[in-house]
Design a protein around this ligand. Structure first.
Ligand SMILES: O=C(O)[C@H](O)[C@@H](O)[C@H](O)[C@H](O)COP(=O)(O)O
Length: 260
């Protein structure tokens, strides 16, 4: 049982956002205690909007404080497009969250991709890996970068980051950041953290909402079936938590957790 992920289900997004906030603050404080920084990787999709709802809410106590000055934000996956492109995960995070952070909450350090290499996704991935190497110490001394938290979404096919079901990238064991040129979800050219990096995070959190997710949630939690999200569940075990609404897990027989 200790190996199982934690499943938190909520009647509505408001309650989900407020518990997600508490969870993120716990991860933030643990990161600051460990290395005076909170190193977090984020995905695109619907996540940035939910994150904004969770993080920009007014604090309810002195402990309930987001310390953006200590945040270092990396991208769990990114599309090979300019940073102001409508498909850019950076642009999405910027418009949904970063631009809305009031000055008194501090300013996170944000690490977007280097867009001089958009035509060559291998180079784009290598550059982003080098950025991680500089931030997480040298590759010789660190086998994998260990994020304090990875905040991820779950696609309707069970993908996460840009790790898609049945794709050869799922077997990547060496690279920290890998290119993909045939993403089934457009746009096709992207880079993504590799599965070992995702599963080695101190904590890994998924956010999945809406009835459209219920069939894939059943497969992930009841069958596994080698789906990328299920592989993260297996690899990260109890370090992995899912924040979902009831609609997303209707009919899914997996024990829900009552509290953090
Ligand atoms: O770049 C991307 O495409 C995203 O990072 C992707 O991995 C996303 O997180 C999932 O597709 C879930 O998306 P939703 O939250 O919108 O369902």
């Amino acid at each position: 049982m200790g190996k199982q992920p934690n499943l938190f289900a909520f009647p509505a997004i408001d309650a989900l956002a407020s518990t997600l906030r508490t969870y993120i603050i716990q991860c933030q404080n643990a990161g600051i205690n460990r290395h005076d920084a909170f190193k977090v990787a984020v995905s695109g999709g619907s996540l940035p909007k939910t994150l904004a709802q969770a993080l920009l809410a007014p604090p309810t106590s002195p402990e309930d404080t987001i310390k953006f000055d200590k945040w270092e934000i990396f991208f769990a996956d990114e599309r090979a497009v300019p940073l102001d492109h409508e498909d850019s995960n950076y642009a999405l995070l910027k418009s949904e969250l970063l631009d809305k952070i009031p000055a008194e909450m501090g300013k996170p350090a944000v690490h977007p991709i280097d867009t001089t290499h958009l035509d060559d996704v291998q180079e784009l991935a290598d550059q982003y890996e080098q950025l991680l190497v500089r931030s997480f110490a040298s590759r010789d001394s660190v086998k994998l970068p260990i994020f304090d938290l990875l905040l991820l979404g779950c696609g309707p096919d069970g993908h996460t980051c840009s790790l898609f079901p049945g794709h050869a990238l799922l077997r990547e064991t060496d690279a920290w950041v890998a290119p993909i040129e045939d993403s089934p979800k457009p746009p096709p050219k992207r880079i993504t953290l590799s599965l070992p990096v995702v599963t080695h995070g101190v904590k890994v959190a998924f956010v999945a909402t809406g009835g459209g997710k219920k069939e894939i949630m059943k497969k992930i939690f009841e069958e596994g079936a080698g789906l990328p999200c299920a592989l993260v569940n297996e690899g990260a075990g109890e370090r992995c938590s899912w924040f979902v609404d009831n609609a997303a897990v209707e009919g899914v027989s997996f024990p829900r957790k009552g509290s953090l």
